[in-house]
Design a binder for this molecule. Structure first.
Ligand code: ADP
Ligand code: UDP
Length: 237
């Protein structure tokens, strides 16, 4: 497969067309940002690590019946994916209180939720990715009521699959962000699942193994990403 026209550069990836109009070339970068782009840097080898983690996780999800955009890995930093018409939404699932849930509601970090919380945010850096309710989403024409229900159900299903998957690797899946798109009327999981988009804590020590190490200047960022990859590579799922 050939890399075609450059289409889009985001904070973590570059998207190119290919000779197949239904297929994108998705290149993972080492660039890292936090606070909707306010803090910038690079994380050594992140592109390769995140492409590899996404490959393994999406292969597992697909084998478990989840529809994903993943087709195959083309090189260590490039995934071939199905082109989706993306919802401009970030679908966040939370199992344990952290990040903005702690800030917004004053919950203690680390408090386990009785049931997972699903939240939808507008994907718009200039507006600071505001939290949306269902009425906002319909009023803004971002998704229909039926699609909102399907997005939430899909996100819960991914959580039900990924929580035990990571727990077996000694990792608590604290929270994570998914992005979905439409393909022939179906809702399909796009984007990535990586330490950039998930909070991962070591199950024994509760050490952070994700982008919070970069966000909070904790050091050992690349080592944490490598550790997640090392464990994912050992998965027998
Ligand atoms: P951001 O736009 O958040 O800075 P990235 O650097 O990760 O993000 O860029 C990836 C972009 O590609 C995002 O806008 C994401 O919504 C989009 N995307 C992810 N998967 C697909 C797909 N299968 N088809 C079309 N667009 C996709
Ligand atoms: N997240 C993400 N991209 C975003 C915002 C959040 O991948 O633009 C992920 C983040 O890594 C965490 C989860 O979504 O795993 C919940 O993030 P939170 O709302 O706590 O946001 P924060 O303020 O910490 O970015």
């Amino acid at each position: 497969m050939q890399r075609g026209e450059f289409l889009y550069e985001g904070k973590a990836k570059r998207i190119y067309a290919t000779e197949d109009p239904g297929i994108f070339w998705m290149e993972f970068k080492d660039d890292a940002t936090a606070g909707n782009g306010a803090k910038r840097g690079t994380i050594g080898d992140k592109g390769r690590i995140n492409a590899e983690i996404t490959t393994r996780v999406y292969e597992y999800l697909a084998a478990s019946g989840v529809k994903t955009h993943f087709v195959r890995a083309e090189s260590p930093t490039v995934l071939i994916v199905k082109k989706l018409s993306m919802f401009p939404l970030e679908v966040v699932v939370r199992n344990i209180a952290a990040g903005s849930l702690v800030k917004r509601f004053g919950l203690p970090e680390g408090k386990e939720m009785a049931d997972p919380i699903v939240e939808l945010y507008l994907k718009n850096d200039e507006l600071g990715d505001p939290l949306l309710n269902d009425d906002h989403i319909v009023a803004l024409g971002l998704a229909t009521t039926t699609e909102i229900a399907a997005l939430k159900a899909a996100a819960r299903r991914v959580n039900e699959l990924l929580r035990p998957y990571f727990l077996k690797l000694g990792i608590l899946l604290v929270d994570f962000k998914l992005e979905f798109g439409r393909e022939n009327g179906e809702i399909v999981l796009g984007d990535e699942v990586t330490p950039d988009t998930c909070r991962f804590w070591d199950a024994k020590t509760r050490e952070k193994l994700d982008k919070d190490r970069f966000r909070q200047d904790l050091g050992g960022v690349e080592e944490a990403y490598q550790e997640v990859l090392r464990r994912v590579e050992q998965s027998d799922a």
